[in-house]
Design a protein around this ligand. Structure first.
Ligand code: SF4
Length: 314
């Protein structure tokens, strides 16, 4: 049953039985519910791929966009109306292949958006080709020969791009993932949760059995402190997060890798340059009078943009 309190719609879920995506949707809906979010002020944005269907299953505003462009749409939404909570869902092929430029741009801007990366190392929707996170030498069942390209490390890329909250979760550890999503949404700035998400149909290497005895939680080590509390700590905390992101084998860490609450968000940077932005952001500006007449008529428009129009005409 569709419900505001559970954040679930009654749209039939057509992912393969056993897909890790179910765990991600369960963790998202629990997190939204526990954060007591208003569904009318929450927007879930996706691109193309199996993960692209996520907004259909979440009771909130949803936008299912183009391949690789979810972050671009989400950025427009957040800039137009900073009051909204904006969450992006995308696969590794979508966000780190065709969409990688937008992924990097979001970190540089530190725009307050949460990105949930469905990382299954394959292009599941198109029958299991190697995605950007599949390691060189790996041969999943759809590949005729081992993968010839090196893998992108999403955590290292997010660190170097400027994301200020970076975590990794596991799709089958729903309650742990839920807590990461809550922390990411509460964080003011660009946040990434890299979710290890088994694709039961096309990835026969990184299965639930593979992950079973390897995953461990960073927070179980009491000395692990990923939060930057003084700007001088940035280099040290980033180096430690990078070192942890390179651990892959008998032990694979999940949890929070890096948090830097000291960096201004993009909305704050814009508000400094244009103080009216935070009072009346674009989504709240009137564009028409009560009678439907545009607030800015053709003549005012020409005056506002006269320089630009003259340049075009020339
Ligand atoms: Fe999930 Fe893989 Fe099936 Fe897509 S193809 S729904 S990722 S199991």
């Amino acid at each position: 049953m569709a419900s505001k309190s559970t954040f679930r719609t009654d749209v039939w879920i057509d992912w393969c039985p056993g897909c890790g995506d179910y765990g991600i949707v369960a963790a998202m809906s629990k997190a939204f519910s526990e954060l007591n979010l208003d569904p009318s002020k929450l927007v879930v944005v996706s691109g193309i791929g199996c993960s692209g269907k996520t907004p259909h299953f979440i009771y909130a505003n949803g936008v299912h966009t183009l391949h690789g462009r979810a972050i671009a749409f989400a950025s427009g939404i957040k800039l137009a109306n900073p009051e909204l909570t904006v969450v992006v869902n995308g696969g590794d092929g979508d966000l780190l292949g065709i969409g990688v430029a937008h992924f990097v741009a979001l970190g540089r801007r530190n725009l307050d958006i949460t990105v949930i990366l469905h990382n299954n190392q394959v292009y599941g929707l198109t029958k299991g080709q190697a995605s950007p996170t599949l390691r060189r030498g790996d041969k999943t069942k759809s590949l005729p020969a081992p993968n010839m390209q090196d893998a992108v490390n999403p955590i290292a890329l997010a660190l170097s791009s400027g994301y200020t909250f970076i975590a990794r979760g596991y799709a089958l550890w729903v309650d742990h993932l839920k807590e990461l999503i809550k922390q990411a949404i509460r964080h003011k700035g660009a946040s990434l949760i890299d979710v290890l998400q088994p694709c039961v149909t096309y990835n026969d290497l990184y299965t639930t059995d593979y992950y079973k005895d390897k995953l461990y939680k960073l927070e179980d080590d009491p000395s692990w402190d990923p939060v930057v509390s003084r700007i001088e700590e940035v280099e040290d905390k980033m180096s430690k997060a990078l070192a942890k992101s390179l651990e892959w084998g008998d032990r694979i860490p999940v949890g929070v890798f890096y948090v830097n609450p000291l960096i201004e968000t993009y909305n704050e940077r814009i508000a400094k340059r244009n103080p009216t932005y935070s009072i009346i952001p674009p989504a709240k500006q009137l564009i028409a009078k009560n009678n439907g007449e545009p607030i800015i008529g053709v003549e005012e428009f020409k005056k506002l943009f006269s320089d630009y129009i003259i340049k075009i005409v020339k």
